[in-house]
Design a protein around this ligand. Structure first.
Ligand SMILES: *[C@@H]1O[C@H](CO)[C@@H](O)[C@H](O)[C@H]1NC(C)=O
Ligand SMILES: *[C@@H]1O[C@H](CO)[C@@H](O)[C@H](O)[C@H]1NC(C)=O
Ligand SMILES: *[C@@H]1O[C@H](CO)[C@@H](O)[C@H](O)[C@H]1NC(C)=O
Ligand SMILES: *[C@@H]1O[C@H](CO)[C@@H](O)[C@H](O)[C@H]1NC(C)=O
Ligand SMILES: *[C@@H]1O[C@H](CO)[C@@H](O)[C@H](O)[C@H]1NC(C)=O
Ligand SMILES: CC(=O)N[C@H]1CO[C@H](CO)[C@@H](O)[C@@H]1O
Length: 928
C-alpha cells in the first residue's frame, strides 16, 4: 500500500519536472528518460504498444521505482544520515506531502516533532542535485560550473551556479557558490583581498561530479572535514541548502543561542534571525553568528564561517552532520584549518576583523539599573559605592533619563541634575554611559523634535514598500527606524550625539533594541503578502514569521531590502556609534550592543541580554562568554545578579564573584525590583562583593594585556579550557569554568548552599591565586573550599601575571605599583607579558605609543625585558615579585646583582617586596 502511494505520487513529480524541463531549455529531456525506460524495459515496450496508457503508467512507475525512491534505497539510508526533506514547521508531513517532493517517507519509533527529531521525510541517495559541468584553474584556485536539470520543489531554481574555490592561505580555503548569470545580494563586509594562491595548503579539495559535492580534507591526517555529497545541494532564489558531515560531535559556536557551550547533535535546529526576546533555549536571539568550530580526533580543530546575513537555520544530526538552510544571498564559506583551536579563531578574525582595543576604564566595574527614577537617585548609588569604598568605574542609565523615552532628550525634572552628576563622575575619574534605542519617535508636531524632523528631511529612515518611513512602535510610542546602511544616517546620528554631548558629556554608549525590536509585528500597516515578508520557506524563527516583533523584511534600506539587512542592523548601528564617539571624544570608543553580527568586535562589545536572577542564568552566562570569544567579540558579559526577577543575597554574591571575571563586568537590574548593587546588601555580602571586585582591579594589567592580544591577533580573553588543552578530551564539554587567556582558571560556585566547588584541573600544577599554594592535578575533578566570601582562581604553571595594587577606580589603580606573580612550571620556568599605554588614546599600538614587556623565568632568574617603550611605563614601578613553586628556600636573592631581603613561606612562595623598580627599565631578580 505504502509503496503504491509512493510510486504514484513520484510519477506525478517526475512528469511535472519533465514538462518544466522541456519548457526551460527546449531539450526533450522527458524523451531521454523514457528512452531509458524503453531500453531498460524491453518487455514493456511490447506491452505499451498493446495496452497503451495503462502500461505507460506502469512503465513510469517502474522507471521511478528503478531510478528514485525504491524502498530499498530509502531504507538503505542509516537513520543518522537522514537529511530532512520537509523542514517546514506547522505542517504535519504526511506520506503524500513527502512523496510529492520525491523524498523517502519512513515512520520510526523516534518521535518526530515540530522542532526536529529524526525526520520521517528525507532525501533518497539519488535525489536530483546539481552536476559539476566543468572545472578550470584560476589564479587563486578553481572555478566550476554547476547545473541542475531537474527542478526542486521551491520556486525559482537557479539552474546554473558558479563555484569558486580560492586557496587563500595555507590554512584558509574560500568557497563561494552563486548564480552564474546574475549577481545576487552579498553581505557588505569588507574582507581582506588575497592576491597570491597558497603555496602549501594544509587542506585538500575534491569534488563529486554528479551529484555535485565537495570534500575538504586535512592533508596531514586525511580527516574529512566537510563532505557535502551526503545530501542534495539546493539553490533557489529564496531557499539555499547544503549539508555536510562533520568529523566529530564536538561542535561549538553557531550563535547567538542559549545552551551549553558544546552543541547537542541529537536532531537540534538552531535558528538565526536577530530577535528581541529574553534568552531562551532553542530560540533565535539578539545576534547572528554563522560560525562553528569543531574539535577533531587527536586535538586538531577547524572552523567554518558562512558569510550570509539572511534568515537561516542550521540543523544538526548525530551522523554527525550539519545542514545550512538560508533564504537568500549566496553560499560563501570560509574554512579555517587551525590546527590549534586558538589559531582557528584567529584565522576567523583575520577575515572578519580583529576586535577594537577597549579603553582601560571599560574593563572596570559598571553599574546600571532600569528604574533609577531620578538623576539624584542614580547619583546616590554612586556616592554609596564610594562611601563603602567599592570599586566602580562607570555609572549607567537605562531609558529612565529620557523625556518620554525619546532618544537625545533628558527629562528636565527627574533628571535635572544629570549634567552635574556626569561632571562629578568625571571629576572622580569615573565615567558615564547611557542607553540609546534606534526607534525615533514620529508623533511630534513638526518643529518640536529635531531628530525626527531632520531625519525626515534627510530621508534617512527605513521606508515601507510604499516609499514612506516605516512606522513601528517602541518605547516612545510610534517610531521610525534610522537606516544605518546609509552613510547620511551616520552623519545625522553624529549630529544628534554631538548636540546631546554638549548637554551631557557621556563617555560611552549602550545600544539596545537594535534587532531592531518592534512592539508590533511589522509596522502600523502590517506587512505585505509578498515573498519578502512571507517567503516560500520560513526558518524556524520564534513567532513563525520574519516580521514577528520586528519591522517588515520588505522594508527598503539604502543598501538593500531589510530582508537581507535585518541581521546587520546592530552591526551597522554600532559602526555609526563608534565612529561618532571617536569624532566627538577623540578617544577610544566604548559601545555595548545587544544585536551583533560577525565583525561586530571591531566596533562594540556585547552583553548577553535580559536574563533572569536565577541560578541557571548564572550558569548560562559562561557558555555565552565562551561563544562570544569564538565570535571575535571578547568584550562580553551577562547582567550580574540577573536582570529580571528578584535576586537573593547569596545568588548575587556568587554572581558578583563570577561577574568580576566577565571581560565586561556590569551589574544591571530591571525596574520595580529591589536594588541589587553591592551597597544594597548586608555588610558580609557587600564585603565579599567588594573583595571580588578588588581582585578584578588587581588583575586589570593582565586583563588589559589580554585585550591587546585580542586586538593584535584575535586571541581570546575568556577562553574555553580545551583551547589550552586540546589533547585532553575531558575539557571538551567544560562550560562551568573558564580561563583568562592561557593563565588563570576561574571556578565559580553556581549552586546555592555550597561551601565547596568541584572543578576540573587539567594535568599539571595549578597555584591558588591568592596564596600561591600548589595543587597538583593528574587531569581530574578536584573539590576546593568555596565559602560564600571566596571565588576559586588558580594560576597555571609556567605563567607570569602582571597585577597591580587595586584602587577604587581603574584610573587610580593604573597609577599604582605592580605586583608580578610568577607561577613556576615543573621545570621551574615561566613567562608572561604586559601591554601598557595611556588607556584611552586612539590607535596607540598602531602609532607605536605604548610599552610592551616580556617577563621570563629560567634558571632561578626572573627577567623583565622591555621590547617597546613609551612614556607611560616611566610612571609605573614594580613593587613586589611573588614566585609560586620555589621548591627550596633560597639563601640569597639579588635584584640587578644587589642582595635584597625576601620572605619564603612553607607553601613554596618566595616574595620580594619594596623593589621600587621602574617599569621602563629591564631588570633581573635572582634567587640561589
Ligand atoms: C572552463 O574552460 C572551458 C574551456 O575554455 C570553458 O568552455 C568553460 O566554460 C570553463 N568553465 C568555467 C566554469 O569557467
Ligand atoms: C562523501 O559522501 C558520499 C555520499 O555519502 C560518499 O559516497 C563518499 O564516500 C564520501 N566521501 C568521503 C571522502 O568520505
Ligand atoms: C536633586 O537634587 C538637587 C540638589 O540637591 C535638587 O535641587 C533637585 O531638586 C533634586 N531633584 C529631584 C528631581 O529630586
Ligand atoms: C525613503 O523615502 C524618502 C522619502 O520619503 C527618500 O528620501 C529616501 O531616499 C528613501 N530611502 C530609501 C532607502 O528608499
Ligand atoms: C621568554 O620566554 C619565551 C618562552 O620560553 C621565549 O619565547 C622568549 O624568547 C623569552 N623572551 C626573553 C626576552 O627572554
Ligand atoms: C527576562 C527573562 O525572563 N529572561 C529569560 C532568562 O532566561 C530564561 C532561560 O534560562 C528564560 O526562560 C527567561 O525568559
Amino acid at each position: 500500500m505504502k509503496v503504491y502511494q509512493k510510486l504514484t505520487s513520484d510519477t506525478t513529480q517526475a512528469t511535472e519536472s519533465c514538462a518544466e524541463e522541456e519548457a526551460a531549455d527546449g531539450k526533450p529531456l522527458c524523451i531521454q528518460k523514457l528512452s531509458t525506460w524503453w531500453l531498460g524495459g524491453g518487455l514493456l515496450t511490447v506491452a505499451v504498444l498493446l495496452s497503451g496508457v495503462t502500461v505507460w503508467v506502469l512503465g513510469q512507475v517502474w522507471w521511478v521505482w528503478h531510478e528514485h525512491g525504491t524502498p530499498e534505497k530509502c531504507s538503505s539510508v542509516p537513520e543518522s544520515l537522514r537529511f530532512d526533506c520537509y523542514p517546514e514547521r506547522n505542517v504535519v508531513v504526511t506520506q503524500e506531502l513527502c512523496e510529492s517532493r520525491g523524498c523517502c517517507f519512513m515512520e520510526s519509533d523516534r518521535p518526530w516533532d515540530s522542532r526536529g527529531g529524526l525526520p520521517w521525510c528525507f532525501y533518497s541517495p539519488d535525489f536530483p542535485s546539481y552536476a559539476l559541468e566543468s572545472l578550470n584553474q584560476t589564479e587563486l584556485g578553481l572555478k566550476g560550473l554547476l547545473t541542475r536539470k531537474v527542478k526542486t520543489y521551491y520556486p525559482r531554481d537557479i539552474e546554473k551556479l558558479q563555484l569558486s574555490a580560492e586557496f587563500e592561505t595555507d590554512t584558509r580555503l574560500h568557497i563561494k557558490i552563486t548564480d552564474s548569470r546574475s549577481p545576487r545580494y552579498e553581505v557588505p563586509l569588507e574582507v581582506p583581498r588575497v592576491r597570491k594562491r597558497a603555496e602549501n595548503p594544509t587542506y585538500t579539495l575534491e569534488f563529486s561530479k554528479e551529484p555535485f559535492g565537495l570534500v575538504v580534507k586535512r592533508r596531514s591526517s586525511g580527516t574529512v572535514l566537510m563532505n557535502t555529497t551526503v545530501a542534495p545541494l539546493i539553490f533557489t532564489d529564496q531557499f539555499l541548502q547544503i549539508s555536510t558531515t562533520l568529523p566529530s560531535k564536538f561542535l561549538y559556536g553557531l550563535g547567538e543561542h542559549r545552551g551549553s557551550f558544546l552543541h547537542s547533535l541529537d536532531w537540534s535546529t538552531l535558528t538565526f534571525w536577530a530577535r528581541d526576546v529574553p534568552p531562551t533555549e532553542s530560540y533565535n536571539l539578539y545576534g547572528v553568528h554563522p560560525f562553528y568550530l569543531v574539535m577533531e580526533e587527536g586535538g586538531a580543530a577547524h572552523g567554518v564561517f558562512l558569510l550570509n546575513s539572511n534568515a537561516m537555520e542550521v540543523a544538526l544530526q548525530p551522523a554527525p552532520a550539519l545542514t545550512w538552510r538560508t533564504i537568500g544571498g549566496i553560499l560563501d564559506f570560509y574554512i579555517f584549518l587551525g590546527p590549534d583551536p586558538n589559531l582557528v579563531v584567529q584565522q576567523y578574525q583575520q577575515v572578519i576583523g580583529f576586535p577594537a582595543m577597549p579603553p582601560f576604564w571599560g574593563l572596570g566595574f559598571h553599574l546600571c539599573r532600569w528604574g533609577y527614577e531620578t538623576s539624584n537617585m542614580t547619583w546616590q548609588t554612586v556616592k554609596a559605592m564610594r562611601n563603602y569604598r567599592i570599586p566602580q568605574d562607570t555609572q549607567w542609565n537605562d531609558i529612565d533619563y529620557m523625556e518620554g523615552y525619546r532618544d537625545f532628550t533628558v527629562d528636565p525634572e527627574r533628571f535635572n541634575t544629570l549634567p552635574q552628576m556626569v561632571e562629578d563622575l568625571q571629576k572622580h575619574g569615573q565615567y558615564y554611559v547611557m542607553i540609546l534605542d534606534p526607534g525615533i519617535s514620529s508623533t511630534h508636531p513638526p518643529g518640536s523634535y529635531w531628530p525626527y524632523d531632520e531625519g525626515l528631511r534627510r530621508g534617512i529612515f527605513i521606508n515601507s514598500t510604499q516609499g514612506k518611513p516605516l512606522i513601528g512602535q517602541v518605547w516612545p510610542g510610534l517610531t521610525a527606524f534610522p537606516d544605518f546602511s546609509n552613510l547620511d544616517t551616520h552623519q545625522w546620528w553624529l549630529e544628534n550625539l554631538n548636540l546631546f554631548y554638549k548637554h551631557v558629556p557621556f563617555d560611552g554608549i549602550w545600544i539596545d533594541m537594535n534587532e531592531p525590536s518592534d512592539f508590533m509585528d511589522g509596522s502600523t500597516e502590517g506587512c505585505s503578502p509578498e515573498e519578502l515578508d512571507n517567503p516560500p520557506y520560513v526558518p524556524a524563527v520564534l513567532g513563525g514569521s520574519l516580521f514577528a516583533k520586528t519591522i517588515c523584511p520588505s522594508a527598503k534600506q539604502s543598501a538593500s531590502t531589510h530582508y537581507n539587512l535585518h541581521n546587520l542592523y546592530g552591526l551597522m548601528e554600532a559602526k555609526a556609534t563608534a565612529s561618532a564617539l571617536i569624532k566627538i571624544r577623540e578617544k577610544r570608543p566604548f559601545v555595548i550592543s545587544r544585536s551583533t553580527f560577525p565583525s561586530q568586535g571591531r566596533y562594540s562589545g556585547h552583553w548577553l541580554g535580559d536574563n533572569r536572577s536565577e541560578k541557571k542564568d548564572m550558569y548560562w552566562s559562561i557558555p555565552g562568554l565562551l561563544s562570544f570569544s569564538l565570535f571575535g567579540i571578547p568584550l562580553v558579559g551577562a547582567d550580574i545578579c540577573g536582570f529580571s526577577g528578584s535576586t537573593s543575597e547569596e545568588l548575587c554574591t556568587r554572581w558578583m564573584q563570577l561577574g568580576a571575571f566577565y571581560p565586561f563586568s556590569r551589574n544591571h537590574n530591571t525596574q520595580n525590583e529591589k536594588a541589587q548593587d553591592p551597597t544594597a546588601f548586608s555588610p558580609a555580602a557587600r564585603t565579599a562583593m567588594k573583595e571580588a571586585l578588588l581582585t578584578r582591579y588587581g588583575l586589570l594589567p593582565f586583563l588589559y594585556t589580554l585585550f591587546h592580544r585580542a586586538h593584535l591577533q584575535g586571541d581570546t580573553v575568556a577562553r574555553p579550557l580545551f583551547f589550552e588543552f586540546p589533547q585532553d578530551e575531558a575539557t571538551y564539554s567544560i562550560d562551568r569554568q573558564f580561563l583568562w587567556g592561557r593563565s588563570l582558571l576561574v571556578t565559580p560556585v553556581l549552586e546555592s548552599g555550597a561551601d565547596s566547588v568541584i572543578g576540573y584541573f587539567p594535568r599539571g600544577v595549578w597555584y591558588d591565586y591568592y596564596t600561591g599554594s600548589p595543587v597538583n592535578s593528574s587531569g581530574e575533578n578536584l573539590k576546593t573550599a568555596a565559602p560564600l566570601d571566596h571565588i576559586n582562581v588558580h594560576v597555571r604553571e609556567g605563567t607570569i601575571l602582571p597585577t597591580q595594587t587595586p584602587g577604587l577606580s581603574s584610573w587610580v589603580s593604573s597609577g599604582n605599583p605592580l605586583r608580578l606573580i610568577a607561577a613556576l612550571s615543573q621545570s621551574a620556568s615561566a613567562w608572561g607579558d604586559l601591554f601598557w599605554d595611556d588607556g584611552e588614546s586612539l590607535d596607540t599600538f598602531e602609532r607605536g605609543d605604548y610599552s610592551y614587556l616580556v617577563f621570563n623565568v629560567t634558571q632561578n632568574t626572573f627577567t623583565s625585558t622591555v621590547l617597546h617603550s613609551n612614556v607611560e611605563a616611566t610612571y609605573i614601578t614594580v613593587d613586589t615579585l611573588a614566585v609560586y613553586g620555589v621548591r627550596e628556600q633560597p639563601k640569597t636573592v639579588t635584584v640587578n646583582g644587589k642582595e635584597t631581603p625576601f620572605s619564603y613561606l612553607e607553601n613554596q612562595v618566595l616574595t620580594v617586596t619594596a623593589l621600587d623598580l621602574g617599569l621602563s627599565q629591564g631588570f633581573s631578580i635572582r634567587w640561589l
